[in-house]
Design a protein around this ligand. Sequence first.
Ligand code: ADP
Length: 615
Amino acid sequence: MTSQVLNGAGRARKPRNNRLFRFFPARPDDPEARRKGRARFARFLGYYRPHLPLLTTILASAVLVAATAIAMPLLANHIVARLPELADSPDATRQLLFIGGVMLVIFVLQALATYFVDYQGHVMGARIEAQVRRELFEHCQKLSFTFYDRQRTGQLMSRISNDSLWLGELFHHGPEDVAISLLKFGGAMAVLTWIDPMVAGTIALMIPFAIGYAMIFNRRMNIALRTSKERIAGVNERVEDALGGIRVVQSFANEADELRRFEVQNQHFLQSRKDGYRSEALLWSGMDGFAQLVTVAVIVIGAFRILHADLSAAELLTLLLCVGVLLDPIKRFDNFIRLWQEGYTGFTRAMELLEEEPDIADNPDARPLSDVKGAIAFRNVRFRYEADVPLVLDGISLDIRPGEFVALVGPSGVGKSTLCALIPRFYDVDGGSVSIDGHDVRSVTLAALRRSIGMVQQDVYLFSGTVWENLLYGRPGASDDEVIAAACAANAHDFITALPQGYDTDIGQRGVKLSGGQKQRLTIARAFLKNPPVLIFDEATSALDNDSERAVQQALLGLARGRTTIVIAHRLSTVRHADRILVLTREGMVEQGTHDALMAAGGVYAGLHSTQGRI
Ligand code: ADP
């Protein structure tokens, strides 16, 4: 029983693990996986729905391509069979020209149908592919921070761009290849059988060997292809890492080391390409050899049958032309299988991503927030990032009044950023609640919640583009005057106008052309434009020069006026301005009060202050 499994009737049958059967993807044992597989296939077919009229026309054209391909040998047969009769006919030339004309018309029809299938079919495939890509991108935008914490962006990019390229090909070639191949194969076999059943039978006996051969080498090719894909991901990862961190690489003068690491991945990739090409060459030469073999067999058998007067020369010519038509689908077959495997695994990967449920979404009864005052309350909040790790926040309770300026201080890693991330629901609490104006953040719509909160993060993210475009991101409909007013309020206008093209200056990818302080002032300006009632500011830990620090500080104080502000503070100057300082340690919220009161108390805050000189 170890190597055999029992089927439903209780008889033992061999598991399907021989070479040929392994060519097909194993049928999952899990009923849930099978149900998912069926649902995905239904979804695959569903993508054709909006294109049904076009698909029908493409399939009709495919029938025409196959029919005209079969018509050619039949017409050739007709001409050659009638040659003796035509030799004596006075209007032989006219008749030959007529048949030639008919062949020309058929050829033109075939060319037109092929063009239509090829062009419109590809366009249809590309449209479906674009649709899938759009769905993927749209879905990725909804997925929550937890998802991105465990995903690599490079992998996601490859799913959205590379994988979907194969999808387009599959959506196009799938129906077309199946239709043309079946029709050509069936039609050619029918004509062969009609002309000479013996030749047809011989070919029919040879075909399974060709298919078996194609399957084995196709499978090998696919394995190599998949390995190549994985290894090119390794190459990409090195490129992304080394070029993304080029400043670090060069500052450590580690170029040679990076090149060595890159070359390891590059050579791995090269090896898998070599394996793939070997299998591909074996596959193609084998298929060509098979085509020659069939042709030779048809010529030899045909010649014998002509000798015995069982076959005419015209019929032999038709047989040979038919063999050409017959072999085309066999050659296409392996291409189709590859397409199917590549495309459908890509489709499955895309569907897996689409099936990923966002952890954080609007509750069914979520309501919009209006006229937000900015009261924030934490009630016995407990939170951990993953199920099996210790709690980051354990029983935090806190009330922040509307318009209050609160500074959050404490050692690194105690959960200050985490606490702030719970307010806009980047993560949901594991226990207790967070509320805004008395509404649990889970009871209001995400869009309304996040519209009422402005975040200025330490890790400033600016998009590639101009200064203007980056500012407008705060409120896309803002007028020119509003944008400039926001830049002025953020102490950014002067440095922006001093840039080579002022507001139209391209700031480079992620704002590399700007200093830390400048970037932070741009994000403050963005927050001014957004004008949210609640502001969360994660102060940069890296020291800014005095001028920058003062400029950022002033901008922040301007922005904080009239709104609830929570600052994860690292500078004394910021903390001094706070209405209240909250001290967070691993034991929780251990102290709160003004700077003077906390210094006088001589507790944790005073300790942090005197030992580190920073808070
Ligand atoms: P602080 O802002 O006080 O420096 P954080 O809130 O950034 O602290 O981090 C608190 C703890 O949570 C740290 O131990 C940190 O390693 C962990 N942490 C932060 N972000 C994540 C994350 N995305 N996934 C898992 N753990 C995280």
